[in-house]
Design a protein around this ligand. Sequence first.
Ligand code: UDP
Length: 318
Amino acid sequence: MEMKRILVAGGAGFLGSHLCERLLGKGHEVRCLDNMRTGSLENIKELMRNPKFTLVEHDVTDPYDWECDEIYNLACPASPVHYQKDPIYTMKTSFLGAYWLLELARKYGARILQCSTSEVYGNPDVHPQKESYFGNVNPHGIRSCYDEGKRAAESLFFDYHRKYQIPIKVVRIFNTYGTKMAMNDGRVVSKFIIQALRGEDITVYGDGSQTRSFCYVDDLIDAMVRMMHSEDSVVGPVNIGRPEEVTMQELADRVLSLTGSSSQVVYHELPSDDPVKRCPDISLARELLQWEPNTTLEQGLLETVSYFRSQLEGESPC
Ligand code: UDP
């Protein structure tokens, strides 16, 4: 296979570091751009030994120049806890990051893939969500910095495509979990597992009846790479996720049983604009990418539990 020069913006984060590893495994030269706000050196320390891997500490809100064949844009805090901490920065990263990377793609004729999100559907009143659904997003709520930032980035991608014929690829990523999630990530799977392993209370928000659909990271990365290599006519948006819906109460119960923890479940107030349900329709991904998520929730949770167990070693896990 032809060796490519590939830029991964946000390459030291949870998904980015898995993607860099996959691309290096295929023999490509990979340059990781990251400002290390939510990314970590720990995620990429093995990759640093590979001479085809370079880390550049850079903020995508500023322009960057490197002649490359492909660009993956994952640069943005993605956990509600992190993206709401500095919402103005989140919006800037989403929009300006997309803008500067599109300019780079235009300069070198590179293919560019945008990691968009199921958050573009907001609190959906169409279920499951198809790509043709325009969404139900609060434009000024606490989640809008991320939701609207990602929607603006999608809009920019399609305008660059229409105006300059840039070869774009847009994927909408649904909830993803797995190894290399940060301990302080705050997203529900990692948070429940860490709480269970430490014997702390499991904090379910609301009454736990809200649903999400969880995809294991390896399956997600597979879909992203397939999308990048799809026909030029496939620009997206394409939903990527695993269409098995679970309530947060069910998730808490499964984590408790898989970890054998005796933690108690406690109920906290539901944050505002928290979507009530979310499940992808992945017919398009199946048809265009011949992709299917293969990892069951049970298998993925077991992998993730064992990862966090080893991260917590020395903290006297239960
Ligand atoms: N959630 C929860 N307890 C927590 C953290 C999250 O019940 O300690 C719920 C949250 O209210 C949401 C779901 O889990 O309904 C998924 O939250 P997450 O932050 O992982 O991502 P989201 O899909 O909301 O972006």
